[in-house]
Design a protein around this ligand. Structure first.
Ligand code: URA
Length: 245
Protein backbone atom coordinates (compact mmCIF):
# COMPACT_ATOMS: atom_id res chain seq x y z
CA UNK A 1 0.00 0.00 0.00
CA UNK A 2 1.39 3.40 -0.86
CA UNK A 3 2.39 5.93 1.75
CA UNK A 4 -0.31 8.45 0.86
CA UNK A 5 -3.09 5.89 1.24
CA UNK A 6 -1.64 4.94 4.61
CA UNK A 7 -1.72 8.62 5.61
CA UNK A 8 -5.41 8.88 4.64
CA UNK A 9 -6.26 5.76 6.58
CA UNK A 10 -4.28 7.16 9.46
CA UNK A 11 -6.37 10.36 9.36
CA UNK A 12 -9.38 8.12 9.79
CA UNK A 13 -7.68 6.34 12.72
CA UNK A 14 -7.93 3.16 10.71
CA UNK A 15 -5.46 0.60 11.90
CA UNK A 16 -3.92 -1.17 8.96
CA UNK A 17 -2.69 -4.73 8.98
CA UNK A 18 -0.17 -5.94 6.49
CA UNK A 19 0.50 -9.62 6.05
CA UNK A 20 4.03 -10.76 6.73
CA UNK A 21 4.53 -11.76 3.13
CA UNK A 22 3.37 -8.35 1.99
CA UNK A 23 5.79 -8.45 -0.91
CA UNK A 24 3.42 -10.87 -2.58
CA UNK A 25 1.03 -9.17 -4.98
CA UNK A 26 -2.46 -8.53 -3.59
CA UNK A 27 -1.49 -9.38 -0.06
CA UNK A 28 -1.68 -6.00 1.59
CA UNK A 29 -5.28 -6.16 2.63
CA UNK A 30 -6.53 -3.09 4.49
CA UNK A 31 -8.70 -3.60 7.50
CA UNK A 32 -9.59 -2.01 10.80
CA UNK A 33 -10.02 -5.46 12.23
CA UNK A 34 -7.40 -8.00 13.07
CA UNK A 35 -6.54 -10.38 10.22
CA UNK A 36 -8.41 -13.15 12.02
CA UNK A 37 -11.69 -11.26 11.99
CA UNK A 38 -11.15 -9.74 8.59
CA UNK A 39 -14.48 -10.72 7.04
CA UNK A 40 -15.84 -9.39 4.56
CA UNK A 41 -37.03 33.97 9.65
CA UNK A 42 -39.96 32.75 9.47
CA UNK A 43 -40.95 32.13 5.90
CA UNK A 44 -40.17 35.14 3.82
CA UNK A 45 -43.00 36.39 1.72
CA UNK A 46 -42.30 35.18 -1.75
CA UNK A 47 -42.86 37.40 -4.74
CA UNK A 48 -44.96 35.81 -7.43
CA UNK A 49 -41.97 35.57 -9.75
CA UNK A 50 -40.05 33.62 -7.09
CA UNK A 51 -43.00 31.32 -6.58
CA UNK A 52 -43.19 30.59 -10.29
CA UNK A 53 -39.45 30.15 -10.41
CA UNK A 54 -39.56 27.52 -7.72
CA UNK A 55 -42.08 25.53 -9.71
CA UNK A 56 -39.85 25.18 -12.75
CA UNK A 57 -36.62 24.19 -10.97
CA UNK A 58 -37.19 20.56 -11.92
CA UNK A 59 -36.67 21.43 -15.58
CA UNK A 60 -33.51 23.56 -15.28
CA UNK A 61 -30.17 22.52 -16.73
CA UNK A 62 -26.95 22.84 -14.74
CA UNK A 63 -26.13 26.39 -15.76
CA UNK A 64 -29.67 27.68 -15.20
CA UNK A 65 -29.87 25.87 -11.86
CA UNK A 66 -26.56 27.34 -10.69
CA UNK A 67 -27.71 30.80 -11.71
CA UNK A 68 -31.05 30.32 -9.91
CA UNK A 69 -29.25 29.34 -6.72
CA UNK A 70 -26.87 32.28 -7.05
CA UNK A 71 -29.79 34.71 -7.29
CA UNK A 72 -31.98 33.02 -4.69
CA UNK A 73 -33.54 35.30 -2.07
CA UNK A 74 -36.09 32.91 -0.60
CA UNK A 75 -34.57 33.03 2.93
CA UNK A 76 -34.27 36.67 3.95
CA UNK A 77 -31.82 36.12 6.83
CA UNK A 78 -29.49 33.88 4.82
CA UNK A 79 -29.63 36.18 1.82
CA UNK A 80 -28.59 39.10 4.01
CA UNK A 81 -25.79 37.28 5.84
CA UNK A 82 -24.16 35.17 3.11
CA UNK A 83 -21.05 36.18 1.20
CA UNK A 84 -22.16 34.00 -1.66
CA UNK A 85 -24.15 30.85 -2.30
CA UNK A 86 -22.33 27.51 -2.25
CA UNK A 87 -23.77 25.43 -5.07
CA UNK A 88 -21.78 22.21 -5.09
CA UNK A 89 -18.58 20.85 -6.58
CA UNK A 90 -17.26 17.83 -8.40
CA UNK A 91 -18.08 15.50 -11.22
CA UNK A 92 -21.59 16.18 -12.48
CA UNK A 93 -21.75 12.60 -13.73
CA UNK A 94 -20.38 11.10 -10.54
CA UNK A 95 -21.50 7.72 -9.26
CA UNK A 96 -21.07 8.99 -5.69
CA UNK A 97 -22.97 11.99 -4.34
CA UNK A 98 -21.93 13.27 -0.92
CA UNK A 99 -24.46 15.48 0.87
CA UNK A 100 -23.67 17.60 3.91
CA UNK A 101 -25.60 20.10 5.95
CA UNK A 102 -24.71 23.66 5.02
CA UNK A 103 -21.68 25.80 4.25
CA UNK A 104 -19.55 27.03 7.14
CA UNK A 105 -17.46 30.19 7.27
CA UNK A 106 -14.73 28.96 4.95
CA UNK A 107 -17.18 27.53 2.46
CA UNK A 108 -19.10 30.82 2.48
CA UNK A 109 -15.84 32.67 1.81
CA UNK A 110 -14.62 30.34 -0.95
CA UNK A 111 -17.93 29.35 -2.53
CA UNK A 112 -17.13 25.64 -2.36
CA UNK A 113 -18.48 22.97 0.00
CA UNK A 114 -16.26 21.20 2.52
CA UNK A 115 -13.06 23.22 2.18
CA UNK A 116 -12.36 23.72 5.89
CA UNK A 117 -10.99 21.24 8.43
CA UNK A 118 -14.07 19.07 8.12
CA UNK A 119 -13.52 19.09 4.36
CA UNK A 120 -9.98 17.84 4.79
CA UNK A 121 -11.24 14.94 6.84
CA UNK A 122 -13.97 14.29 4.28
CA UNK A 123 -11.27 14.11 1.60
CA UNK A 124 -9.36 11.60 3.74
CA UNK A 125 -12.52 9.55 4.24
CA UNK A 126 -13.04 9.44 0.48
CA UNK A 127 -9.41 8.57 -0.16
CA UNK A 128 -9.69 5.75 2.36
CA UNK A 129 -12.20 4.07 0.05
CA UNK A 130 -10.15 4.84 -3.04
CA UNK A 131 -11.93 7.99 -4.20
CA UNK A 132 -10.47 11.35 -5.14
CA UNK A 133 -12.54 14.40 -4.24
CA UNK A 134 -12.92 15.18 -7.95
CA UNK A 135 -14.48 11.80 -8.64
CA UNK A 136 -17.54 12.50 -6.51
CA UNK A 137 -20.06 15.33 -6.39
CA UNK A 138 -20.36 17.21 -3.10
CA UNK A 139 -23.39 19.30 -2.18
CA UNK A 140 -25.21 20.52 0.89
CA UNK A 141 -28.84 20.61 1.97
CA UNK A 142 -28.52 24.39 2.31
CA UNK A 143 -26.73 26.49 -0.28
CA UNK A 144 -26.21 29.41 2.13
CA UNK A 145 -24.33 29.59 5.40
CA UNK A 146 -26.59 29.87 8.43
CA UNK A 147 -25.28 32.79 10.53
CA UNK A 148 -23.10 31.73 13.44
CA UNK A 149 -23.17 28.17 12.07
CA UNK A 150 -26.57 27.60 13.64
CA UNK A 151 -28.58 24.61 12.45
CA UNK A 152 -30.60 25.13 9.29
CA UNK A 153 -34.24 25.90 10.05
CA UNK A 154 -36.93 23.65 8.55
CA UNK A 155 -38.30 26.48 6.38
CA UNK A 156 -34.80 27.13 5.02
CA UNK A 157 -34.27 23.46 4.22
CA UNK A 158 -37.68 23.38 2.53
CA UNK A 159 -36.86 26.46 0.44
CA UNK A 160 -33.59 24.88 -0.69
CA UNK A 161 -34.95 21.38 -1.26
CA UNK A 162 -35.88 21.77 -4.96
CA UNK A 163 -32.30 22.79 -5.74
CA UNK A 164 -30.84 19.65 -4.20
CA UNK A 165 -33.57 17.52 -5.76
CA UNK A 166 -32.66 18.92 -9.17
CA UNK A 167 -28.94 18.30 -8.55
CA UNK A 168 -29.72 14.68 -7.68
CA UNK A 169 -31.89 14.27 -10.77
CA UNK A 170 -29.17 15.71 -13.02
CA UNK A 171 -26.34 13.66 -11.52
CA UNK A 172 -28.25 10.39 -11.29
CA UNK A 173 -25.77 9.04 -8.71
CA UNK A 174 -25.55 5.35 -7.99
CA UNK A 175 -25.15 6.02 -4.29
CA UNK A 176 -25.76 8.91 -1.92
CA UNK A 177 -23.48 9.23 1.09
CA UNK A 178 -25.03 11.54 3.67
CA UNK A 179 -22.79 13.04 6.33
CA UNK A 180 -24.34 14.19 9.56
CA UNK A 181 -27.61 14.06 11.42
CA UNK A 182 -29.21 17.17 9.97
CA UNK A 183 -28.73 16.18 6.34
CA UNK A 184 -29.72 12.58 7.04
CA UNK A 185 -32.91 13.52 8.88
CA UNK A 186 -33.84 16.04 6.20
CA UNK A 187 -33.30 13.65 3.29
CA UNK A 188 -34.98 10.70 4.95
CA UNK A 189 -37.79 12.82 6.46
CA UNK A 190 -37.31 11.37 9.90
CA UNK A 191 -36.26 12.42 13.40
CA UNK A 192 -34.56 9.12 14.12
CA UNK A 193 -31.15 9.70 15.78
CA UNK A 194 -28.11 9.34 13.53
CA UNK A 195 -26.81 6.44 15.61
CA UNK A 196 -29.80 4.46 14.37
CA UNK A 197 -29.69 5.75 10.79
CA UNK A 198 -26.05 4.86 10.15
CA UNK A 199 -24.92 1.30 9.51
CA UNK A 200 -27.73 0.42 7.12
CA UNK A 201 -28.76 1.06 3.55
CA UNK A 202 -31.68 3.45 3.00
CA UNK A 203 -33.22 4.59 -0.26
CA UNK A 204 -33.78 8.04 -1.71
CA UNK A 205 -36.29 7.17 -4.40
CA UNK A 206 -34.53 4.26 -6.00
CA UNK A 207 -31.01 5.43 -5.10
CA UNK A 208 -29.24 3.61 -2.23
CA UNK A 209 -28.37 6.03 0.56
CA UNK A 210 -25.85 5.44 3.36
CA UNK A 211 -25.58 7.71 6.40
CA UNK A 212 -22.44 8.37 8.38
CA UNK A 213 -21.20 10.85 10.92
CA UNK A 214 -20.32 14.39 9.90
CA UNK A 215 -16.57 14.92 9.61
CA UNK A 216 -16.82 17.93 11.95
CA UNK A 217 -18.31 15.61 14.57
CA UNK A 218 -15.55 13.08 13.94
CA UNK A 219 -12.96 15.79 14.55
CA UNK A 220 -14.56 16.37 17.96
CA UNK A 221 -15.15 12.67 18.65
CA UNK A 222 -12.31 10.73 17.01
CA UNK A 223 -13.41 7.60 18.83
CA UNK A 224 -16.36 7.41 16.42
CA UNK A 225 -14.15 7.22 13.33
CA UNK A 226 -14.23 3.46 13.52
CA UNK A 227 -17.99 3.49 12.98
CA UNK A 228 -17.59 5.96 10.12
CA UNK A 229 -15.07 3.62 8.53
CA UNK A 230 -17.59 0.79 8.79
CA UNK A 231 -20.21 3.02 7.10
CA UNK A 232 -17.80 3.85 4.29
CA UNK A 233 -17.07 0.19 3.73
CA UNK A 234 -20.80 -0.50 3.68
CA UNK A 235 -21.23 2.19 1.02
CA UNK A 236 -18.37 0.72 -0.99
CA UNK A 237 -19.91 -2.74 -0.80
CA UNK A 238 -23.27 -1.40 -2.00
CA UNK A 239 -21.54 0.27 -4.92
CA UNK A 240 -19.58 -2.86 -5.80
CA UNK A 241 -22.74 -4.98 -5.63
CA UNK A 242 -24.44 -2.60 -8.05
CA UNK A 243 -21.54 -2.83 -10.46
CA UNK A 244 -21.64 -6.63 -10.30
CA UNK A 245 -25.36 -6.86 -10.98
N1 URA B 1 -20.17 21.24 6.82
C1 URA B 1 -21.12 20.91 5.89
O1 URA B 1 -22.06 20.20 6.21
N2 URA B 1 -20.96 21.35 4.66
C2 URA B 1 -19.92 22.08 4.26
O2 URA B 1 -19.84 22.43 3.09
C3 URA B 1 -18.95 22.41 5.24
C4 URA B 1 -19.09 21.98 6.50
Amino acid sequence: MDTRRLQYLDAMDIQTWVRRDSSAPGRDEVSDTSPEENIPSPLVPRSSSQGDAKDDIASLDWEALQQRVKNCTLCAELTASRTQTVFGVGDRQAQWLVIGEAPGAEEDAQGEPFVGRAGQLLNAMLHAIGLQRGQVYIANVLKCRPPGNRDPRPDEAANCEPYLQRQIALIEPRLILVVGRIAAQHLLKTDTPIGKLRGQVHRYGDIPLVVTYHPAYLLRSPGEKRKAWADLRLALTVMQQQRAS
